[in-house]
Design a protein around this ligand. Structure first.
Ligand code: IFM
Length: 444
């Protein structure tokens, strides 16, 4: 399996998960600061206050990436670091931080891929309803214009949102992510505003950075019927619609999938939304990013409010998150994306795995054979999709560093670099050296 010479090999992180300095240097409070400081929301009461201290240690981190031969780095900008209250006054220290980081990356020959929103909404905006507020897309467009104006001379690759499904559903329906709201209607309202925000941000990017290479990142999760019972088959189609088509169709077709719109309308979940406004989401995009972690098997269940539940196949091999290791799912998701939506280019903007690992390590390299096997499997699946014509242009391993895994705190380690959170010592894992070898040879 040989990857083309111009294939983009990257690693990925997100601001709140690694930066620390969460309420320092002028950064405004974000919803994850508030949420993680609320008792019982995050395991062991962990917070992102310090995280990997990347805010102070970014030169060391960039040097480490360079030593691995990584060609691109996907990171996110913290909205509250640039604009502490989400709108209005700008924080110069925040502007300067990302400017220094971008310069360091460019000096190291690493292409920055910037995500504008990776879940750390300024708390001041959440206090006004957050993603459920119809003004959010405008606020996001203004913030995007500022970031684009500041960095567009050096950053060409832009991602508007990371996994808007999670923003809307984990944040506003299930309440397991910040801001912790549990309201089904609010979740669909929030999802609607993520689409409008993406569209507005694409327009702002095009206006500020005419040669921008821009798109969004969605978490695509195959939903397959657990049996051939027609009720499972039908529910799998609906579940796929709620998870995948509700996000893909607006971006590629400028409308919602009619079957799901009808399903939700009959339940009153779209009341008060101007569904036609979603057409703004279909701005011409240069690529779509997909984050791939899992597939679900669906069984219908009339007793469940969603009419279905998900299950793992018998004897499934799982990661520390309990997610099935199923590389074919990535191949199938890429083929489906290509077949049904035909984006001009696709990046896997995240794929990786958490496995139990010690908090402290000795030695120069931490052996992580399961993660090495995981990456080999998923990269093989990606290569198969490319062989079948999928325009996959790059692959970003999640994650560069062990980091704050949201409601799981620091208990789940996704990094190809181990972080000792007591000392901030970084130690390469074998998977990092495996990635280095792939980058050097193009072979798995
Ligand atoms: O850590 C997250 C990341 O922030 C978004 N995608 C999934 C990862 C693993 O849960």
């Amino acid at each position: 399996m040989t990857f083309p010479k111009d294939f983009v090999w990257g690693t990925a992180t997100a601001s709140y998960q690694i930066e620390g300095a969460a309420v320092q240097e002028g950064r405004g409070e974000c919803i994850w600061t508030r949420f993680s400081h609320t008792p019982d929301k995050v395991k062991h009461g962990h917070t992102g206050d310090v995280a990997c201290d990347h805010y102070h240690r970014y030169p060391e981190d960039v040097a480490l990436m360079q030593s691995l031969g990584v060609g691109a780095y996907r990171f996110s900008i913290s909205w509250a670091r640039l604009i502490p209250n989400g709108t209005g006054a700008v924080n110069q220290a925040g502007i300067d931080f990302y400017s220094r980081l971008i310069d360091k990356l460019l000096e190291a020959g690493i292409t920055p891929f910037v995500t504008l929103y990776h879940w750390d909404l300024p708390q001041a905006l959440e206090d006004q309803g957050g993603w459920t507020n119809a003004a959010l897309p405008n606020w996001f467009a203004d913030y995007t214009a500022l970031a684009a104006k500041q960095y567009g001379d050096r950053v060409k690759h832009w991602i508007t949102l990371n996994e808007p499904w999670c923003t809307a559903f984990l944040g506003y329906m299930y309440g397991v992510h910040a801001p912790g709201v549990q309201d089904r209607k609010a979740a669909f309202r929030a999802a609607h505003h993520t689409h409008l925000a993406h569209g507005r941000a694409m327009q702002a990017l095009r206006a500020e950075v005419p040669n921008a290479i821009a798109g969004t990142t969605l978490n695509v999760v195959p939903h397959e019927p657990a049996t051939d019972d027609p009720r499972d088959v039908q529910m799998a189609h609906i579940a796929d619609g709620l998870q995948n088509r509700w996000f893909l169709d607006p971006v590629f077709k400028g409308c919602y999938p009619a079957d799901i719109a009808a399903h939700l309308t009959s339940r009153g979940l779209l009341d008060g939304l101007d569904l036609d406004a979603v057409s703004i989401a279909a701005q011409p995009a240069d690529f779509v990013g997909i984050n791939y972690y899992m597939r679900w098997l669906i069984r219908h269940d009339p007793n469940n409010p969603e009419n279905y539940f998900t299950e793992l196949p018998a004897n499934a091999q799982v990661t520390h998150m309990g997610w099935e290791v199923y590389p074919q799912g990535l191949r199938d998701a890429l083929l489906r994306l290509h077949r049904d939506y035909a984006p001009p280019a696709i990046y896997v903007t995240e794929n990786g795995a958490a496995y139990p690992e010690p908090e402290q390590v000795t030695g120069d390299v931490l052996e992580d054979p399961e993660r090495v096997a995981f990456l080999k499997g998923y990269l093989s699946a990606a290569a198969e999709a490319m062989a079948q014509g999928v325009p996959l242009k790059g692959f970003f391993v999640w994650s560069f560093l062990d980091n704050f895994e949201w409601a799981e705190g620091y208990t789940k380690r996704f990094g190809i670099v181990h972080v000792d959170f007591a000392t901030q010592k970084r130690t390469l894992k074998r998977s990092a050296l495996y990635l280095k070898q792939i980058i050097e040879t193009g072979e798995l």
